[in-house]
Design a protein around this ligand. Structure first.
Ligand SMILES: [Mg+2]
Length: 209
C-alpha cells in the first residue's frame, strides 16, 4: 500500500475525515476491460484523438451511427462488468458511515447504472448521483465535480476524486478537489495524485487505521 504524504496542505483533511467521495467507474470500481485503441480503430478515430470530442465534432448522421456502435459495445462490457478488488466493500463501508457517494464517468449514464447493478452497487446511487458523458462536459473538465460540490453544498477541499486515469486526476486538479489514484501501478502522472493506493482494498485499509 502506498500512502503519499505529498503536498500536505494545511486545510486538507485526512482521507479518514472525508465524507464526500466522487468515484470514476470503469477501471476504478470495475476491472478495466475497455480497449480504447480497438474502439478508436473500429470507429475510425485517430489514436491521439479523444473519442468523446471526436463524436461531438461530427455531423449528425455520422455521429449518431458511431454513438450507437459505442453504446452497444459498452453495453456488452457493462453487462459483463466485474468489481475491482475491494471496491464493493469500500463503497458499502463509506455509505454505511454516512458518506455521500457520486459517480463521475465518461461512460453513458444508463450504462453506468447497468454496470453498477452488475457489480452489486446499484442500490447505493440515485440517478442524480451518477454523472455520465451526456450530463456535463466530460473529464478532464471539472464540470462534473462542480456539479457534485453544488449538489452537496461543500467546498472543493471537502471532497475527493478517486480514479485510475490521468483524466480523473486532471478533473480533480481543475476543480481544486484532492485526488486519489488506484489500480495504476507506480506514479505515471507525478504531482497529480494526492494519494496513491494499489487498489480500493488498500484505500479501505488506510481508512480503518
Ligand atoms: Mg477509469
Amino acid at each position: 500500500m502506498e500512502v503519499r504524504p505529498h503536498a500536505v496542505r494545511a486545510t486538507q483533511p485526512g482521507l479518514d475525515e472525508v465524507r464526500h467521495w466522487v468515484f470514476d467507474m470503469d477501471g476504478t470500481l470495475t476491472v478495466a476491460t475497455h480497449d480504447f485503441a480497438a474502439i478508436k480503430r473500429a470507429l475510425d478515430i485517430a489514436a491521439d484523438e479523444d473519442i468523446i470530442a471526436h463524436l461531438a465534432a461530427l455531423p449528425d448522421p455520422q455521429a449518431r451511427a458511431k454513438r450507437a456502435w459505442l453504446f452497444e459495445h459498452e453495453r456488452a462490457l457493462a453487462e459483463a462488468a466485474v468489481a475491482a478488488e475491494g471496491a464493493v466493500d469500500l463503497l458499502r463501508a463509506l455509505a454505511g458511515q454516512g458518506s455521500r457517494l457520486g459517480i463521475l464517468t465518461r461512460n453513458d449514464h444508463a450504462l453506468a447504472q447497468l454496470t453498477l447493478d452488475a457489480i452489486g452497487l446499484g442500490d447505493l446511487f440515485q440517478a442524480a448521483d451518477i454523472i455520465g458523458r451526456d450530463e456535463v462536459a466530460p473529464k478532464p473538465a471539472p464540470d462534473g465535480l462542480h456539479y457534485f460540490l453544488g449538489r452537496w453544498g461543500i467546498t472543493a477541499a471537502q471532497a475527493v476524486m478517486v480514479g485510475d486515469h490521468r483524466m480523473d486526476l486532471a478533473a480533480g486538479r481543475a476543480a481544486g478537489t484532492p485526488t486519489v489514484l488506484v489500480n495504476t501501478p507506480g506514479d505515471p502522472w507525478p504531482g497529480m495524485a494526492d494519494w496513491r493506493f494499489a487498489d480500493c482494498r488498500a484505500l479501505h485499509a488506510a481508512l480503518q487505521r
